[in-house]
Design a protein around this ligand. Sequence first.
Ligand SMILES: [Zn+2]
Length: 335
Amino acid sequence: MYRYCTPHTEILQGGRGREHGVPRPTYTADMGGALLVGLCGAVLGLLAGSFLNVCIARLPQGSSIVAPRSHCDTCGHPVRWYDNVPVLSFLLLKGRCRDCGHAIGWRVPAVELLTGGWFALGFLPLTAAPALWSDACFRLLLNQIAFCAVGALLIALAIIDWQWQRLPDVLTIPGVMFGFLLTCTDAMFLGENEYNLVLHRTVNINAAGAGRSTGNIFMTGPEHLVYGRLLSIVVCFLLLYGTRAAYRAMRKRDGMGLGDAKLLALIAAFLGFAPALLALFAGTLLATLFAVALLVRGRATAATRLPFGSFLAAGGMLAALAGAPLVNWYVGLFR
Ligand SMILES: [Zn+2]
């Protein structure tokens, strides 16, 4: 079913949501292969979405996501296995509990469909299938895991913040650590001289371990990627932490939760600094538009609390989807 790429097509510069050197999908598989891979992604995404629904319902209340089994919130009757099929069961039951007839709510199938679509998109580049067990293959897989994981985390956080006005630490902090761990793993597979930080127009220096290169390397690729990402996480956290502290000093009340700062750090951990800034910009823009719409319709005052984390998470999803082209376009404006 698949044709494999020749080595020279394996790695192209750039990639979704990463700054440099991530294998870019080169679609050599036929349409049938793409459809099959997308379908596998969608099915896995639907199941992941079903699990996200459990997290969304239970984590903000501090309940366990493992026990007890899924049950109706109204009558408490356990959900039968055949009533737990993502989306399909919702349609067959016409959105109502089989036992008490209470409405299940559109959030459940919406989260499942969204996650299914996200995973399908995340899986599509796998059709590029560089030579199995090659570095390019591992990095492609790593990139897909990162894309699916950050999407799932952002979907869950967006909805939890919308409903509860909070972003649980139990999602954000492990999210930051997992994103950073994936980046460190990615750094192990960088090609020689790839992602090196080279200084131009300065005295000649060379990093230890810079390999055969004679260039003016300040940091080698893995150092640049790992330390750069660590710095991005800290700076992004401090950016919103500082904003929050400044607001508190001026207005004597909280304008933003600490969760928002951790959420931006999470986006930076997975995507890097520039895409995180893009997420912040897009999130702020969306939140402002939403606030203006509420004010115009007289449904809010200046003191109304907005779930900023939901908008920031949406911005993060935009950055994961289209971050690299958008950032490159923006940087290109100044060249
Ligand atoms: Zn019920």
